[in-house]
Design a protein around this ligand. Structure first.
Ligand SMILES: Nc1ncnc2c1ncn2[C@@H]1O[C@H](COP(=O)(O)OP(=O)(O)O)[C@@H](O)[C@H]1O
Ligand SMILES: Cc1cn([C@H]2C[C@H](O)[C@@H](COP(=O)(O)OP(=O)(O)O)O2)c(=O)[nH]c1=O
Length: 221
């Protein structure tokens, strides 16, 4: 019987380095361990090792979600994110894990908890109930979850550099008090659920290696 793949999630605010860490870990997993590895950066589609989109509807939903010209309530955001992750799970993540493919993901239901719950004020219990209805216990309990943490000034600097050529999306353009709730929300959630909080300040090799050691070393999370 094929051994099930390992699902690892990196969480944290916009611009802390989730995507960079996911790409670092996926590459290292392929090169050092020779394991087939996919990546998913919610709310985008899961992608294979060539960067090919496996769930086109998730990619389409992401465009709608990020369009700040379309006003919407917190509940609509919960529904949109859950629609995207349901299809990603059913068409991409679950079949990959069942086939023995490892999956590294940026964001999971903690993002909805923090952004739509702690920051936008939608009921947390209700969010968890709705995520579970759209997904599964396995989705809500990945093998590993890590939260990246970065001082607010460093985070803003990274976002400014990354997005200098593009425009800020629906969530990135929220006012500072929204962002404070997001940052605090991640720390609260990590404490509550026992997720390791990783400092995202050092360079990507150091941040990525620390998480790699958690996964494969003695500090297994
Ligand atoms: N450890 C790091 N040190 C310096 N810059 C980083 C580091 N990690 C990511 N970056 C840069 O910061 C920006 C945001 O990183 P990204 O991975 O896109 O964050 P996220 O996925 O959390 O939004 C990118 O320009 C990226 O190259
Ligand atoms: C998955 C998810 C994302 N979001 C937000 C966080 C981001 O601001 C935005 C996705 O933007 P994206 O650019 O894909 O992520 P990032 O900025 O981390 O690279 O959607 C939620 O509000 N709730 C959710 O459940």
């Amino acid at each position: 019987m094929t051994e099930r793949g390992v699902y690892t999630v990196i969480e944290g605010s916009d611009g802390v380095g989730k995507s960079s860490v996911v790409q670092y870990l996926a590459k290292r997993n392929r090169v050092e361990r020779g394991v087939r590895t996919f990546t998913v950066e919610e709310p985008d589609s899961i992608r294979d090792e060539h960067g090919t989109t496996l769930v086109p509807i998730a990619e389409i939903l992401r465009t709608t979600i990020k369009a700040k010209e379309f006003g919407r309530s917190a509940l609509t955001n919960v529904l949109l994110f859950n629609a995207s992750r349901r299809e990603n799970l059913l068409q991409g993540i679950e079949p990959a894990l069942a086939a023995g493919i490892d999956v590294f993901g940026a964001r999971n239901f903690e993002s909805t908890t923090v952004y739509q719950g702690f920051a936008e004020g939608w009921d947390i219990e209700e969010i968890w109930r709705m995520v579970l209805e759209a997904t599964s216990e396995a989705y809500m309990h990945p093998d590993h979850t890590f939260v990246l943490d970065l001082p607010e000034e460093e985070r803003c600097l990274r976002l400014a550099i990354r997005d200098s050529k593009t425009h800020l999306d629906t969530f990135e353009s929220r006012p500072t008090d929204f962002q404070v709730k997001v940052n605090d929300g991640y720390r609260t959630l990590a404490d509550l659920r026992g997720y390791p909080i990783i400092s995202a300040s050092p360079n990507i090799e150091i941040v990525g290696h620390e998480i790699w050691q958690y996964i494969h070393g003695q500090n297994a999370a």
